[in-house]
Ligand binder design. Structure first.
Ligand code: NA7
Length: 550
């Protein structure tokens, strides 16, 4: 039960045990755990008008998951896990959103979610040992105020849209959209001259679908990207039966692999084979499609020479697919090792460039200079007339959504200040100087290097157990010790440095896609299974590395 009591400030605050920010997978499961397992009062504050998080906002053409459907779900509840049946190998956004609404219905979550509510500030009140949280309503006016002992951010890693600051955007006479803030009633491209900026996972999904209706689609590519065919298709009755009969084993596999997917990484080196044998392995993986391609050899992400064998294969596939030699050259002129940036999977991306209404423009050699009322111009002066611009330009990943909240911890320390040189967390779950704050899939956790629901379930359960233990022991404040956080940051860096991941110097894993953002490798590359063991060990040792006070 929550109560409205007068707070120190003018308006009364709604007081609850826990506040959760965000109603995606993390926020919904966290609410269920705290409210229904621990019997706490809890509220979720959600900016959107519905549940879904990432899948609420990302409604762009072609939006679909790149984890296979049977692994992209919550598994904590046997009935939920066993009763939902997906229709396709890689579910489309509307189907995932239906699933998330099903989760909300099943656990009666909506009654404790405040929709259309954006958190504008969260401040630790040391006198009361609790967080006070300000919100804005859908119109931007001052919203309800809250006070809570526990604050849990469940804001996702890729929710703060990055629209590049290109001069002249406000003068554009056509329509422009960012893929992560897509209109709910869709966009009609028919007959229009569409310009798409960005060829990451999102752009690669969007191109073939936009091309189907656009008059002409011009793709502005800064960095060429690898992509593997998704080979998406409706699930066959045989595969559905396999899933039904093997759910516990599939769950166990997901929880034991480094990346949380339902496939194991082959225990062989790319160097163990002759070139012909290796070619056959890659060809089979290419035919099978999907992220498993990365799992064909154990050393693709740690040995550059091994990686080169995969990269060469994938670049050759691009050149074989794309008919125009110059377009093929630009698309296959990739400057980073395979999978050191998030590897997209696609449905006929490279094939789309064989259509007469699709063209590619290289904005690495000739960058976009400005947006004009009628389109955009490049540094060379080349002009492109456009009716619609699609920004598939990604996100201020991992730290952006957290820094946007306006969090102030102990002694007036803001999160912005604490992270001036880059994010510092302990286990990706807590920040020194910020008592009783937990960050689900925060920087320093495996998050985006893992199949997200697997990472989320682990985080939420660990946080729930920690809160339960603190309540039992009468601990009113817990926060990471500064040395523990320093140690964890060093470990995160070492884990990244043991791989080829830092070789993609301009990736969002490093924060390099946002001008001025500190370059720090943010996700934990040591593997989900290893991370889970570390977290379990910390808990078993009485939450070692955390400072607790009564
Ligand atoms: P990404 O992977 O960050 O891709 C963004 C793309 O936009 C990428 O190709 C960028 O080129 C390009 N970009 C960004 N700014 C510009 C400017 N100013 N000019 C030209 N091109 C630009 O975001 P996605 O949304 O595709 O994917 C994010 C994740 O969401 C994905 O991994 C999935 O997990 C879901 P760059 O590579 O920086 O040169």
């Amino acid at each position: 039960m929550s109560t409205a009591v007068p707070d120190r400030a003018e308006s009364p605050a709604t007081v609850v045990d826990a506040l959760i920010i965000g109603a995606g997978f993390s926020g919904m499961y966290q609410l269920h755990c705290l409210r229904d397992r621990l019997g706490m009062s809890a509220r979720v504050l959600e900016q959107g008008d519905g549940v879904g998080g990432t899948w609420y906002w990302n409604r762009y053409p072609g939006a679909r998951c790149d984890s296979e459907s049977h692994s992209y779900c919550l598994t904590f509840d046997k009935d939920l896990y066993e009763s939902w049946e997906w229709s396709e190998r890689y579910p489309e956004q509307p189907e995932i959103l239906r699933y998330m609404n099903h989760v909300a219905d099943r656990f009666d979550l909506r009654r404790d979610i405040r929709f259309g509510t954006r958190v504008t500030a969260a401040r630790w009140d040391a006198r009361a040992d609790r967080w006070t949280v300000e919100t804005a309503d859908a119109e931007g006016g001052a919203g309800e105020r809250f006070a809570a002992t526990w604050l849990i951010t469940a804001v996702g890693c890729l929710s703060s849209a990055n629209v590049p600051k290109l001069p002249g955007l406000e003068s554009f006479a056509g329509d422009w959209y960012h893929t992560g803030q897509w209109p709910h009633d869709g966009v009609d491209f028919s007959g229009k001259r569409v310009g798409q900026i960005g060829t990451g996972s999102t752009g690669i999904q969007a191109v073939p679908v936009i091309a189907e209706t656009a008059g002409h689609l011009t793709v502005f590519q800064r960095t060429a990207n690898y992509s593997i065919p998704a080979r998406n298709a409706p699930l066959t009755p045989e595969f559905k039966r396999y899933i039904r009969e093997n759910r516990p084993a599939i769950r166990e596999l997901m929880q034991s692999t480094p990346n949380g997917h339902a496939f194991a990484i082959a225990d062989r080196s790319a160097h163990d084979m002759t070139p012909d044998e290796r070619e056959a392995v890659y060809a089979a993986a290419w035919e099978k499609g999907g992220l498993q391609f990365r799992a064909t050899f154990r050393d693709l992400l740690v040995d550059k020479a091994a990686n080169d064998t995969a990269a060469d294969f994938l670049k050759r596939k691009i050149r074989e697919t794309v008919k125009d030699p110059e377009t093929a050259r630009l698309l296959s002129d990739i400057d980073h090792p395979f999978a050191t940036k998030r590897p997209p999977i696609d449905s006929h991306y490279f094939e789309a460039f064989n259509r007469p209404n699709v063209s590619l423009v290289d904005v690495r050699s000739d960058p976009i200079e400005r947006i004009t009322p009628t389109g955009l111009t490049l540094r060379s002066g080349a002009e492109h007339a456009l009716d619609v611009i699609v920004f598939a330009t990604g996100f201020d990943a991992m730290t952006g959504p957290l820094l946007n909240i306006g969090i102030t911890g102990r002694d007036g320390l803001t999160l912005k200040e604490a992270w001036r040189e880059g994010p510092k967390t302990y286990l990706g779950l807590g920040v020194a100087g910020f008592p009783n704050l937990f960050t689900v899939t925060g920087p320093g956790s495996p998050s985006v290097l893992c199949n997200m629901p697997v990472a989320i379930e682990q985080h939420v359960e660990w946080i729930t157990d920690c809160i339960a233990a603190m309540r039992e022991k009468g601990v009113s404040r817990i926060e990471p010790a500064a040395e523990a956080a320093e140690g964890w940051v060093a470990h995160v860096n070492a884990a990244a440095d043991a791989t080829l991941l830092p070789m993609a110097g301009h990736s969002w894993y490093l924060g390099a896609n946002i001008p001025g953002k500190p370059r720090v490798f943010m996700p934990y590359a040591g593997g989900m299974a290893h991370y889970r063991r570390i977290c379990d060990d910390v808990a078993a040792k009485g939450y070692e590395g955390f400072v607790k006070s009564a």
